[in-house]
Design a binder for this molecule. Structure first.
Ligand code: 4AD
Ligand code: MG
Length: 474
């Protein structure tokens, strides 16, 4: 009977029973009288070993070929590798693959080179394992939020404003000529529109409806940063909760959400085995990261972090100074110094950054210490990936919000601003007029977290079709 490879490997049929499978040939090993093909169909992490005669290969079968194999299920002479193998009687080629031109080679190909063919590299064991890794993580975190009473929502991709105010928005545009507009019709949208940089502002609106919301959405940033941590298109996991006065509650939520993913990957990886972890070093490092993530996270303030950095003998490229953002080198140092232990690496929350370097929507800290104004916010740091999440309490009162926007020159100063003065964020300001409550939330760089947990040195491997500055081919 037709079967999946997972079914055969898990609960194999009787010895010598006739079976039929569909799959893709991953590799072929030739011996004198016979050949072994590794066949995968996506149902299992392990490929199936199929025993073929040279006549059956006949120049028709090579890496990538899609086949239907009929044969009998027999005990393997080498049960250390696999208890049974398929002795093939009949081969049907469903999709031919030309070995002379097939770009995936048996020999080692660098990650950089494989990135030139994202449409093919997903077939490799390492890359397909990452696809599963991601899928498991989504299932785990979806279940976490569902169990905790959150409503999952879909927020818009096309937006009118730049949530973070960092000027990294991609513009959405089509000319009136391309559109075939008549003279009096004007542009498609009346005002400029952008790809979203964050779902936060829309989540804040929905949190006034259902209290606790979350989303896992694509977000876009026109950042030129050509680093192992930056993409132009990435997934952000964001949550927002109403009726909380307490930044600690928001941090606790971020911590639990991250842990729900790490806990699941811990079990996934014992199945995944060697594909993801390519050597003993990675395996040790993987355990450090996953186990560290399951510990209570460290919490220090930005001011304490600056003091730590200034007291360090490490030579930083940028001198750490109160009032400036933390550079990646500073984040790395803090993550290693505060959270790094021999056997595990525990994430570190850094809280209460200076008000001047954070976006307009963050709630100012009630007590100003030494005249240094801060906001109730946090960044979550790990080594390598640096900042994996950021969150804050939100300014929920109308007047202080308007003042904060004025201070950042987002709206004109002076009393009684008109609707026109309030511009594209009028709707967001309006949320403070009708039943506004203390609330807060966070955004987690989903790809950064997965890349960190999977120990891939570059985020571009975690995303099937990565986009970054200068690169978006397929
Ligand atoms: O720190 P960010 O910019 O925060 C926000 O957008 C908030 N509005 C989120 C919220 O409170 N709801 O982005 C959140 C996270 C970062 O911590 C980082 O991990 C990730 O998104 N991130 C990126 N990941 C990959 N490529 C990029 N270019 C990224 N920019 C940010
Ligand atoms: Mg941030």
């Amino acid at each position: 009977a037709k079967s999946t490879i997972a079914h055969l490997l898990d609960q194999g049929p009787q010895d010598s029973e006739k079976v039929v499978i569909n799959g893709f040939i991953r590799s072929i090993r030739n011996q004198k009288q016979r050949s072994f093909a590794s066949v995968g169909d996506g149902s299992s992490l392990e490929p199936l070993q199929a025993l073929l005669t040279p006549q059956q290969l006949l120049g028709r079968l090579s890496n990538g070929t899609a086949v239907r194999l009929t044969g009998s299920w027999k005990p393997s002479p080498n049960p250390r590798l696999q208890s049974h193998e398929l002795h093939v009687a009949e081969v049907d080629v469903i999709g031919y693959s030309d070995p002379a031109t097939y770009p995936l080679q048996k020999k080692y190909q660098t990650p950089e080179y494989l990135r030139t063919m994202p449409h093919l590299r997903a077939r490799l064991p390492f890359n397909s394992t990452l696809l599963r890794f991601r899928s498991d993580a989504i299932a785990a975190v979806t279940s976490f939020f569902h169990k905790n009473g959150f409503t999952q929502t879909h927020t818009p991709i096309i937006t009118s404003s730049d949530c973070e105010g960092a000027g990294e928005v991609f513009r959405v545009d089509i000319s009136e000529k391309e559109l075939g507009s008549k003279a009096d019709e004007g542009p498609f949208f009346k005002t400029p529109k952008y790809l979203t940089v964050s779902s936060q502002l829309h989540l804040e609106a929905l949190a006034q409806s259902v209290g606790k919301v979350w989303t896992l959405s694509p977000t876009f940033r026109a950042e030129k940063s050509d680093t192992a941590r930056h993409l132009s298109e990435f997934y952000m996991l964001e949550a927002e909760i109403s009726f909380t006065q307490d930044l600690k509650e928001v941090m606790g939520l971020a911590e639990q959400a991250v842990q729900s993913i790490a806990r699941n990957l811990d079990t996934a990886v014992s199945r995944v085995g060697k594909e993801l972890l390519q050597g003993p070093v990675e395996e040790v490092e993987f355990k450090r990261r996953v186990e560290g993530m399951l510990q209570p996270f460290h919490r220090i303030t930005y001011t304490e972090a600056i003091k730590l950095l200034q007291a360090s003998t490490h030579e930083f490229e940028y001198a750490p100074t109160w009032g400036h953002g933390l550079q990646a080198e500073h984040e790395r140092y803090i993550a290693a110094e505060v959270g790094g232990k021999a056997d595990m690496s525990v994430p570190v929350f850094v809280t209460h950054y200076p008000r001047a370097i954070k976006p307009f929507y963050m709630l100012p800290t009630a007590n100003v210490v030494d005249g240094q104004e801060t906001v109730d916010c946090f960044d979550l740091l790990v080594p390598e990936a640096c900042e994996i999440a950021g969150g804050s309490m939100r300014e929920h009162q109308l007047e202080p919000l308007l003042k904060s926007m004025q201070a950042k020159s987002m709206i004109p100063t002076g009393p009684d601003p008109s609707d026109e003065d309030l511009g594209e964020l009028k709707w967001y300001i309006d949320l403070r007029r009708w039943g506004s409550v203390p609330h807060g939330g966070f955004g987690l760089g989903f790809d950064r977290l997965l890349g960190y947990l999977a120990c891939t040195p570059n985020i571009r491997e975690v995303v099937a079709f990565p986009r970054w500055v200068g690169r978006c081919e397929c």
